[in-house]
Design a protein around this ligand. Structure first.
Ligand code: DGJ
Length: 746
């Protein structure tokens, strides 16, 4: 609902509310953002400003309370007495917008340019503010568990103005906060960092041309003392894939100003009379049930209002991707062999990654030339795809349409299509970006990719992009608008194609890309222990249905860590499961395990992909209300482990549940020289007999099952004793470093 009374606006539902007030000076104050309040609370929630503050600049000299600097605002000017961070900066000009009028609209107000936005059941408040030569439209859209904000600036004057900074949102929040950001780099995405919000500004910004693996646009503000399950936590995000900015700073009055939008770095957009500029949509939500509560609200919002309608709550296939297994080294025979194995192991979609076109035999050549390499694939894509379909699998394909190698026919024909500046071209992964601000480049990509999609029965696309940009400021923004245009033209007419975006892994894990495709390849780092950090970090703001999560080889390519296959599966289950390793090298025991994994995942796929996600003290859990799946992950095991408890969240206290562990097995070889103590004959751990046995024989891990009330499971039930050097026992968790246990609670 959105109500208006005496200059007060209230956007509210059972989860969330935002209260705004137009004050006597026509400035827009924010009286409240958080849990539900009512219109009758407006007076009580208004700050009494009768006393002045020294050195203030006043809007009215006769009113000591007219200092904009001390107001709790939802928008502000620059150079007009509010010295906190300004949301809008024009070259050489102050801004001073005052309230003009408003509209309440049923639904969303569509973007005027090409930016993506949240959709679905919603109501919107449009507030129009003006100063002599400019009109500002502020949009507040109320969804069920989040509110979005964006702005449009219109030049209604007679001269041009240059916009140097234009935020999507500004709010002042009372209270003491800590800011949590998710930072990192390639194969190191989403590392969680928390800093106090004090009087110096804390900034979360990306300037690489992408939302970036360095600083995800999503961040949190938590009241000091908030925990996973209690306390007030605010979540913020941006429906945008380019350079972003968020600044948070506490004022003397104890208001924390939060602004978010496009990065102002090098930004200078000229607006001629009559022209408009619109910002991306900022998203904000709130919970008083701690970080967990906030995550659940954000997950709901993304699943219902961000991902393309066709894919909302639609089950995702278990896929096999040939990249980590083959890299560039494959041919049709090899691929069909892998596809057959993948199908037999339970995969439903076969994805051919990089290397299928042009002279793409390594990453130095061929990018841009999407003509199939007939030496590798003599029957073409269609021939390959038909054979894969005949095996009962779907077929998916990798593209990197935004980039070009200098050694490519495309670059030789159109060197002017590359994105350049005044200097020597700078290569990244031996490639340049195409200039997506040029219509002819966009047309080429759209025709090229669409033609291939329609020619070969392709039902999944991995859309990759593997370098940072050199574009600055508004050029970088125009590039992203170009990208959205291309994605819209290719994928809107083909909604059934499952688009998984990727940018060297998680370099563009953002709500903008998720508006076009429901999944993102979250990292090139598939090491499951690293994924605990990466998927764990993502889980604060993005639902598990949006992560591509693959089981890969051990020792792992990036860490050389030798993680048990069970854990590789157990971690990937909490996302959209895939396999990405050379299946020809699997041992019989590994094939058996993978078959068991895909069977188990498919049985509970809906819960894993769309169930309510919770972070627990020793792992993650998902639940649909009837079934809860709880993963417990161990990183470094001590020699004398104490008791470990399974504590399950979100259960009904008085209900009785059955719990059991997913059966899992240990390779005999992992016991090394210990085997000789239990075997009837002395065996050499490196000898032929044990090496052969290791391929075929496993020992079961202790199976733990029983019944318990919701109360007991909430309080915590002791798990089986953990291995402690007293030998193998069927009634123990024989957990090594990097082991895990998965419980099913029904
Ligand atoms: C980077 C991606 O993240 C990988 O998964 C793979 O697709 C390679 N690019 C292919 O070049």
């Amino acid at each position: 609902m959105i109500n208006h009374e005496n200059g007060v606006f209230l956007l509210h539902n059972e989860h969330i509310s935002l209260m705004l007030r137009v004050n006597a000076y026509g400035l827009l104050e924010q009286l409240h953002f958080g849990g539900p309040v009512t219109m009758a609370d407006a007076a009580a929630m208004t700050v009494c400003r009768t006393l002045g503050w020294g050195s203030s600049v006043l809007l009215d000299d006769k009113d000591a309370g007219s200092c904009a600097d001390e107001m709790s605002l939802a928008w502000s000017g620059s150079g007009r007495g509010d010295y906190r961070e300004s949301p809008l900066e024009l070259a050489g000009k102050s801004t001073d917008f005052r309230f003009k009028n408003y509209r309440i609209i049923d639904g969303i107000v569509p973007m005027e340019g090409g930016l993506p936005q949240a959709k679905g059941d919603a109501r919107t408040l449009e507030i129009v503010m003006e100063q002599t030569d400019l009109r500002l439209r502020l949009y507040f859209t109320l969804f069920d568990t989040a509110i979005t904000r964006r702005c449009v600036l219109e030049n209604i004057g007679e001269g041009a103005v240059t916009v140097q900074k234009f935020m999507s949102s500004l709010m002042d929040l009372p209270g003491n906060y800590e800011m949590t950001t998710f930072d990192g780099g390639w194969i190191a995405e989403m590392r969680k960092h928390t800093v106090p919000v004090l009087d110096s500004r804390v900034v979360n910004e990306s300037v690489t041309g992408a939302s970036s693996n360095r600083h995800n646009p999503g961040f949190l503000l938590s009241e000091v003392g908030a925990t996973e399950d209690s306390g007030r936590v605010y979540g913020f995000n941006l429906v945008y894939s380019g350079n972003h900015y968020a600044g948070v700073q506490r004022s003397l009055q104890g208001l924390s100003r939060v602004v978010q939008g496009i990065s102002p770095s090098n930004f200078a957009k000229k607006l001629q009379p009559g022209q408009c500029f619109e910002t991306p949509e900022a998203v904000m939500s709130w919970s008083d049930e701690g970080f967990g509560g906030l995550s659940r609200k954000m997950h709901d919002f993304v699943n219902r209002h961000i991902v393309p309608e066709y894919w909302q709550y639609k089950l995702r296939p278990v896929l096999y991707n040939d990249w980590e297994g083959c890299m560039f080294d494959f041919n049709q025979r090899i691929l069909l062999g892998l596809a057959k194995k993948a199908r037999d192991l339970g995969c439903e979609l076969f994805v051919l990654d990089d290397g299928w076109f042009g002279k793409r035999n390594d990453d130095r050549a061929g990018l841009g030339d999407y003509t199939v390499n007939k030496k590798k694939l003599p029957s073409g894509l269609k021939g390959l795809s038909d054979r894969i379909h005949a095996m009962g699998m779907e077929f998916g394909l990798w593209f990197e349409p935004e980039a070009v190698n200098v050694d490519s026919d495309l670059y030789r024909a159109h060197p002017d299509w590359a994105l350049t500046d005044a200097f020597e071209p700078l290569l990244g992964r031996h490639q340049l970006l195409l200039d997506l601000t040029k219509p002819e480049v966009r047309d080429y990509i759209v025709e090229n990719v669409s033609g291939i999609l329609d020619s070969a029965g392709i039902s999944y696309v991995k859309w990759d992009m593997n370098r940072h940009s050199i574009a600055l400021g508004e050029k970088a923004h125009d590039y992203i608008l170009g990208l959205y245009d291309v994605l819209r033209r290719i994928f809107e007419p083909r909604p059934q194609v499952l688009l998984e975006s990727c940018s060297s892994g998680g370099n563009r894990f953002d709500l903008g890309m998720l508006c076009f495709g429901p999944q993102v390849w979250c990292s090139d780092d598939t090491d499951p222990i690293e994924r605990l950090t990466i998927q764990g970090g993502l889980s604060y703001l993005y639902p598990q249905s949006t992560f591509g999560a693959h089981v890969s080889a051990a020792p792992h390519a990036q860490t050389l860590r030798n993680t048990p296959l069970t854990t590789r599966g157990n971690v990937s289950f909490f996302g959209c499961l895939g396999y990405e390793l050379d299946l020809n090298h699997l041992l019989p025991v590994e094939e058996t395990e993978i078959k068991a994994q895909t069977e188990f995942y498919k049985k509970y796929r809906k819960v894993f992909q769309f169930g309510t996600f919770r972070r627990t003290e020793n792992g993650w859990q998902v639940s649909d209300g009837d079934t809860t799946l709880a993963g417990v992950f161990y990183v470094c095991r001590p020699a004398a482990p104490g008791y470990d408890y399974l504590r399950v969240k979100g259960l009904q206290k008085e209900k009785v549940y059955q719990f059991r562990t997913r059966p899992q097995f240990h390779r005999i070889g992992q016991f090394g020289s210990l085997v000789k103590h239990v075997a009837p004959v002395a065996l050499n751990p490196n000898g032929f007999i044990l090496r052969t046995a290791d391929k075929h024989i496993t020992l079961p891990d202790g199976e733990h099952s029983g019944t318990a009330s919701g109360s007991a499971l909430t309080a915590g039930i002791p798990m089986l004793p953990a291995y402690r050097g007293t030998g193998y026992d069927k009634q123990q968790r024989t957990q090594l470093d990097f082991g895990s246990t998965l419980y099913v609670i029904e």
